[in-house]
Write a protein that binds this ligand. Structure first.
Ligand code: CA
Length: 232
């Protein structure tokens, strides 16, 4: 799941980013309202964490413009202003929830899961590909109903591949989406991760390879034809 954090206090922003990444979210951070609005309007996020007191454009205005622009992404407002009026204003403008600062990370994570669940009813939180099932809220992956032990990055990579199954993805596209920055083109980090994923999700005898190498280009997550992948 991709989360946009719009927060000008770098310490708070980094704290949130680090915590969410440990919980296997893909996190994008921007430090002012104008860039935040632009980012949220032009990209697909699963939720936005939005500070109220922001340089450039305050959080309420960002939220208002987002909703007026037809963007329905769930928004959790974060603010030092804990007064009832502010809370009401935020909710009236279309915020999904409100968390006064200072907050503890566990509460933030719980509220985030709650707005994600509400926005994506049970049936849309699971992704399937062949024998694999991914729960995009808890960020767990299963094969034949058995949980697969994955690191945060392995999960993020697997979710990206499954979301784009049957599409050929270049190494640079994968790094941009999963790592958020480019590696040295000579680096083999993607290949290393793919190899590790394969060892965890494919049969040991190499039958039914799920991740195909496309020579000179990158990889493709293959959906086995007789087990048509679908979003439950
Ligand atoms: Ca602020």
């Amino acid at each position: 799941m991709r989360i946009l954090v719009i927060e000008d206090e770098r310490k708070v922003a980094n704290f949130i980013k680090q915590g969410l990444e440990e919980e296997r979210y893909i996190v994008e951070v921007v430090f002012d309202g104008v860039s935040g609005l632009e980012m949220a309007m032009n990209n697909q996020f699963d939720a936005v964490l939005l500070d109220v007191m922001l340089p450039g454009k305050d959080g309420f205005s960002v939220l208002k413009d987002l909703r007026n622009g037809g963007v329905t992404v769930p928004v959790l407002m974060l603010t030092a202003k804990g007064t009832t009026e502010d809370r009401v204003q935020g909710l009236d403008l279309g915020a999904d929830d409100y968390l006064p600062k200072p907050f503890n990370f566990d509460e933030l994570a719980a509220r985030l899961r709650s707005i994600l669940r509400r926005s994506s009813p049970e049936k849309t939180t699971k992704l399937k590909c062949g024998d694999l099932t991914l729960d995009t809220v808890s960020h767990l992956a299963y094969r034949f109903s058995q949980e697969i032990e994955l690191t945060t990055k392995e999960y993020a990579l697997l979710e990206y591949l499954v979301r784009n199954k049957n599409r050929i993805l270049s190494r640079s596209t994968i790094t941009q989406h999963v790592w958020k920055h480019s590696f040295d083109p000579e680096s083999n980090i993607i290949d290393v991760y793919i190899k590790r994923l394969r060892s965890k999700i494919e049969n040991e005898d190499g039958s039914k390879p799920l991740i195909q190498s496309i020579r000179g280009v990158g990889y493709r997550m293959r959906d086995l034809p007789h087990e048509k992948a679908y979003i439950e």
